[in-house]
Design a protein around this ligand. Structure first.
Ligand SMILES: NC(=O)c1ccc[n+]([C@@H]2O[C@H](COP(=O)([O-])OP(=O)(O)OC[C@H]3O[C@@H](n4cnc5c(N)ncnc54)[C@H](OP(=O)(O)O)[C@@H]3O)[C@@H](O)[C@H]2O)c1
Length: 267
């Protein structure tokens, strides 16, 4: 489970550990990751990686292959919301890099192991924020006109489109790929922008979900026998629902795939 140190990811880890799974919680801060693992208890372990760096993602992939003779579920959950445009060590816009490119690369690095472990499941925590977003494949790094909502919603659109393209390739392998919207959840998303998010979430608390409720569909997709074999869906509240018309464009999904391969240096 990536992004398991906080919010929805922490509750996904708790939910899966509660079902008896051996869970590897991926975090970037050693202290925070250790505290999160302690909070969850049970059969959880920690792996460390700053997913804004492609080298760190590659190292994480290698470490997970070393530590996990089988992988039943890959839960791509880590995400950021950046008010201002920031570049990663690789020179990519950070929201796109963490929310999409890291998941794209990690999935590829673990794919053979997931196939060898079939039946296995890939679950992508996307967002309803993708509705209304449009991906400009000529400016994936938003170098022309950055907007925080634009960057975030496009990265979540990329999650949905990547999952569809992945599901097509996985057809018949015993590995499934689905994305989901967790609902509007009171978490720490948006922190790290020098703007306190806690008071904001405190005010809106009565109108949003708890992280535990936000984790429910992800845990369902990772573990429920009911969705065994379900592939290529977009889910909300444990039901398959429609994603945006834009996300369904297969030609654009394939262009995004090819661009992402080039950006992360896959052949
Ligand atoms: N909250 C909502 O209403 C909502 C709605 C729809 C979708 N989502 C999606 O849900 C997912 C989880 O978000 P959340 O709401 O639970 O937010 P959160 O509490 O801020 O959790 C985000 C997680 O991602 C990790 N992360 C961020 N940047 C990272 C990096 N460079 N390397 C490694 N880990 C990194 C964070 O690690 P640290 O603890 O070290 O910061 C944290 O564990 C995201 O993909 C988000 O887009 C959230």
């Amino acid at each position: 489970v990536t992004g398991a140190t906080s919010g929805i990811g922490l509750e996904i880890a708790r939910g899966l550990a509660g079902l008896g799974a051996r869970v590897i919680m991926v975090g970037r801060d050693p202290g925070k990751a250790a505290r999160a693992a302690e909070q969850v208890g049970g059969s959880v372990e920690v792996a460390l990686a700053d997913l804004s760096s492609l080298d760190a993602v590659r190292a994480l992939g290698a470490e997970l292959l070393e530590r996990c003779p089988r992988i039943d579920v890959l839960m791509s959950n880590a995400g950021v919301y950046r008010m201002r445009r920031r570049l990663t060590v690789d020179g990519f816009e950070e929201t796109f890099a963490v929310n999409h490119l890291a998941s794209f690369l990690l999935t590829h690095l673990l794919l053979d192991r997931l196939k060898a472990s079939a039946p296995a499941r890939i679950v992508m925590v996307a967002s309803g924020a993708h509705h209304g977003a449009v991906l400009d494949l000529d400016d994936l790094q938003l170098s022309r006109a950055y907007g925080h909502w634009k960057a975030y919603s496009r990265s979540k659109l990329a999650n949905v489109m990547f999952t569809y393209a992945l599901a097509r390739r996985l057809d018949g392998t015993g590995v499934t790929a689905n994305s989901l919207h967790p609902g509007f959840v009171a978490t720490h998303l948006g922190s790290g922008n020098h703007i306190p998010v806690r008071p904001f979430y405190w005010v809106i608390r009565p109108f949003v979900r708890s992280p535990r409720a936000g984790a429910r569909t992800a845990v369902y997709l990772a573990s429920s026998p009911e969705c065994e074999g379900e592939n290529g869906g977009y889910w909300f509240d444990e039901r398959r629902v429609s994603s945006s018309p834009f996300s369904l464009d297969e030609e654009l999904q394939e262009r995004l795939w090819a661009e992402s391969e080039a950006l992360v240096g896959l052949p």
